[in-house]
Design a protein around this ligand. Structure first.
Ligand code: MLT
Length: 412
């Protein structure tokens, strides 16, 4: 019998979203009538069709695959130049940020990239993670053996937790102890908070002073409405020397089922070996991609590149407007019900304080039973998420309005 990776035994219960799915299935079986009116505001999964520009690009790329002259087999592991150049130009150069196309690695998802990045990082690193947090960052460190066991609050030995609370506007203070790797996500999942230029500058300064690496997840940058909120960590001077950034087409262009994302690894970035010699992280990540990945599919990369066409940009703006319109409706209903509400202004997530500090899984059950609405319990994002729940604004307008109505009918 083969030995297993025993680090997996340290993980708690199931991954959050399948666990929610399991509870919702149980509820649906037991309450078939209520199940027929179920509305899901749990996982942040998009509901609206892909932009027309992406659909057209997909169709035409599929036709290319039907012709010997235009057919494509294996593509470049880091992505086609047409997509990498479109990203460098539109997402970075147009904002005054210098990212070269060959520093962009196209993949099939930011979730996988934020997990896979650990392949090139050592086991000696001291990891700092915000709390609450997108569970992938933490669980993949547990799987990789970077932690001890979890305590009764679900916090793992060996991890530095950075509490994000209403008091600090969900942007953590710098850690007192030295961290080698810091995970940051802004606009934030799950709290919907944003970090200011000044706050990100503090983190970049900390990282440079401590020779630390920031893993910056910017999957929700397209939802930023305020002009002064940074879209990329590279808007901060010095970030090229201390940060890797993860981006996704999932939320802005609705690619959750289509799968395309990218990771930026600037050429200046280095890490050290156990003897102190410096090595390029760009080279290591290139090596990792070339060995373990054969590139995202050609039609999907064509569809992603269409995001940057004039039509694509206009259609994406409409999608963002739609989801942020839902967010406004949900914020209004929750506030009118006397709940304390955060986020939802520059992000598609609304973070709500549970009334009277009710445990968040109890609120999950209450909202499911009384309103047939699925929300995400804050405890699923970490100990500091307890006492909160998250409502996702990814929905049809009709559903968002119906959820707003049901929220106002709940006896909180
Ligand atoms: C979420 O609901 O937190 C996200 O949809 C999960 C993800 O992007 O993987």
């Amino acid at each position: 019998m083969a030995y297993i990776n025993e680090n997996y035994l340290k993980l708690q219960a199931g991954y959050l979203f399948p666990e929610i799915g399991r509870r919702v299935n149980e509820f649906s079986k037991a309450n078939p009538n209520a199940a027929s009116r179920l509305i899901r505001c749990g996982i942040g999964d998009v509901t609206e069709p892909l932009p027309k520009a992406c659909i057209e690009a997909l169709h035409s790329a599929v036709d290319e695959m039907d012709n010997r002259d235009t057919f494509r087999g294996y593509g470049p592991e880091a992505g086609y130049d047409f997509l990498r150049e479109a990203i460098a130009e539109n997402d970075f150069a147009k904002r005054g940020v210098n990212i070269n196309a060959d520093e962009i690695f196209v993949s099939d998802g930011a979730k996988c990239d934020t997990a896979n990045i650990l392949d090139i990082l050592g086991h000696q690193n001291k990891i700092a993670i915000t709390d609450p947090v997108y569970p992938v960052y933490l669980d993949t460190n547990v799987m990789a053996g970077h932690t001890g066991r979890a305590n009764s609050e679900g916090q793992y030995e060996g991890i530095t937790y950075l509490p994000c609370t209403a008091e600090n506007q969900f942007v953590p203070a710098l850690p007192a102890e030295k961290a080698d790797i810091i995970y940051l996500c802004y606009p934030n999942n799950p709290t919907g908070a944003t970090a200011t230029k000044e706050q990100l500058t503090n983190w970049v300064t900390y990282a440079k002073q401590n020779n630390a690496l920031i893993l910056f997840d910017a999957a929700y940058e397209a939802f930023i409405q305020d002009n002064d909120v940074p879209h990329s960590i590279y808007e901060i001077e010095g970030a090229r020397e201390c940060a890797i950034e993860f981006r996704s087409f999932s939320k802005n262009a609705g690619f959750t089922g289509t799968r395309c994302a990218f990771t930026i690894v600037p050429k200046e970035l280095t890490g050290r070996d156990s003897e102190g010699a410096e090595h390029s992280l760009h080279s290591l990540w290139s090596r990792r991609m070339a060995t373990k990945f054969n590139g995202a599919s050609y039609p999907i990369q064509k569809a992603a590149a269409a995001v940057y066409s004039d039509n694509g940009k206009a259609q994406i703006n409409k999608l963002i407007e739609h989801y942020m319109g839902n967010a406004a409706i949900l914020i209004e209903a929750s506030s009118a019900s006397g709940l304390s509400v955060y986020g939802g202004i520059n992000a598609p997530y609304i973070w709500v304080k549970t009334p009277n500090d009710t445990p968040s899984w109890d609120i999950f059950d209450k909202v499911l039973n009384e309103a047939s609405v699925v929300i995400t319990p804050g405890a699923g994002f970490g100990a500091a998420g307890e006492g909160y729940f998250r409502i996702s604004a990814f929905n049809s307008r009709t559903n968002a309005e119906e959820v707003a109505k049901r929220i106002s009918e709940i006896n909180w």
